[in-house]
Write a protein that binds this ligand. Structure first.
Ligand SMILES: [Zn+2]
Ligand SMILES: [Zn+2]
Length: 390
């Protein structure tokens, strides 16, 4: 079969005769149609993260069921499907993480396109229980971004945004997770970094979770324009903010740097005029370590920062005192548990997510995957690119 195979750092070959996947009885064989391009693909390509070559990359896949294993359930040949990038590999979700409901953190987690072969290939075999059917009214060149770019921020907003003391002091805490009565409804949210994952975060916060204000912060005006279309009520170019004040933030240190960051944080929260300085949730999608101190400054007391973007290096200033004084909760998040995938598919089918705005590039094919990765790297891809697997 045709496949995008990584043999080592920057050694990406488009093979035409790679061996087909071997199906288990509980698997379905899927013909990949489109692959969403993620910065993780770029990290693998550049050798920033270790992997075992040869590796077929691609972990945001939409496709069509071609074959159904003997014990596979719930799917038929011809069904349109999406595959989550991370799914449980333990027996019957029996590990301690899966038992706690964290199927996204399974002890034997399978990460396609990283730990095992991915979907930037003609075919991929996946357990039927972790393959999600999607209505054929959703175009496959848009559906491919659901598995990661949409589901990761969905989980972050739905399940990682609620402060512990709120849960403890609510009579029926479960209702705070339901869309209709979700904690974020009517709240103020700040999203740092509105690229491939930040865009869906803005969109979901505004349209699905019905936040009152969604402030998008980025350093590129064209990304901020897209954020507005996706539902951001306010946009801030942080680079322009510092430049206007003649602050060379990268060269500042110590108290001067802290003062500059604090000024930007005040500027961000001042936008939320009705609830002056009340920022209920900060979602950091930037993948830039320097954003963390800004997130700490921006978040209001007793609230949460959710870390969605993966920073390439640790944060140098952890600001323990500020975190304590502000009674902040810092929540990590990772992919999306299996029991939230159906809700996402339903949201998409009900047109509560603007996939058409989020997928900004549909012109790449597998043969041009390397170009696509390079374009992503230099900021030429505004939202998400869908790679046609053909
Ligand atoms: Zn990804
Ligand atoms: Zn498990």
């Amino acid at each position: 079969m045709k496949a995008a195979v990584l043999y080592g750092k920057e050694e990406l070959n488009i093979e035409t005769d790679f061996e087909n996947p071997v199906m288990k009885n509980s698997d379905v064989l899927i013909q990949s149609k489109y692959g969403g391009l993620c910065s993780t693909d770029r990290s693998l390509y550049r050798g920033f993260v270790p992997f075992q070559p040869p590796l077929i990359i691609g972990h945001e896949i939409s496709g069509i069921v071609k074959e159904v294993g003997k014990s596979a359930k719930g799917l038929d040949v011809g069904d349109h499907v999406i595959i989550p990038p991370v799914y449980p590999g333990c027996e019957d979700e029996s590990c301690s993480s899966c038992k706690e409901g964290l199927t996204n953190r399974c002890k034997k987690s399978v990460f396609i396109g990283h730990g095992v072969h991915g979907g930037d290939a003609e075919f991929i075999a996946i357990p039927s229980r972790y393959t999600f059917k999607i209505n054929q009214s959703v175009p496959l060149d848009e559906a491919c971004i659901i598995p990661d770019a949409v589901s990761t921020p969905f989980h972050a907003l739905k399940s990682r945004s609620i402060p512990p003391h709120i849960l403890r002091n609510t009579a029926n805490p479960k209702q705070l997770f339901d869309q209709k009565s979700h904690w974020l409804h009517g709240k103020n949210i700040v999203v740092f970094g509105v690229g491939g994952v930040g865009g869906p975060t803005v969109n979901l916060a505004a349209r699905y979770f019905k936040a009152k204000n969604v402030v998008a912060v980025d350093i590129f005006d064209n990304k901020l324009e897209l954020a507005k279309k996706l539902g951001a009520t306010h946009t801030i170019n942080s680079k322009a903010f510092y430049e206007d004040k003649n602050l060379a933030i990268k060269e500042l240190a110590g108290k001067e740097k802290a003062k500059a960051i604090s000024e930007l944080a005040k500027h961000i929260s001042s936008y939320l005029t009705e609830d002056k300085f009340q920022v209920d949730c900060v979602v950091d999608c930037s993948g830039v370590p320097e954003t963390f101190p800004l997130a700490v400054e921006t978040t209001s007391k007793n609230r949460i920062i959710v870390q969605v973007g993966w920073p390439p290096k640790p944060v140098s200033e952890f600001l323990n005192q500020k975190i304590m004084d502000k009674y902040l909760t810092i929540n990590g998040t990772w992919a999306c548990p299996m029991n939230e995938m159906k809700e996402i598919v339903t949201a998409v089918e009900n047109k509560q997510v603007d996939l058409n705005l989020l997928v900004t590039n549909k012109d790449y094919t597998l043969d041009r995957l390397e170009n696509a990765i390079q374009d992503l790297e230099v900021g030429k891809i505004l939202g998400r690119a869908a790679i046609a697997i053909k």
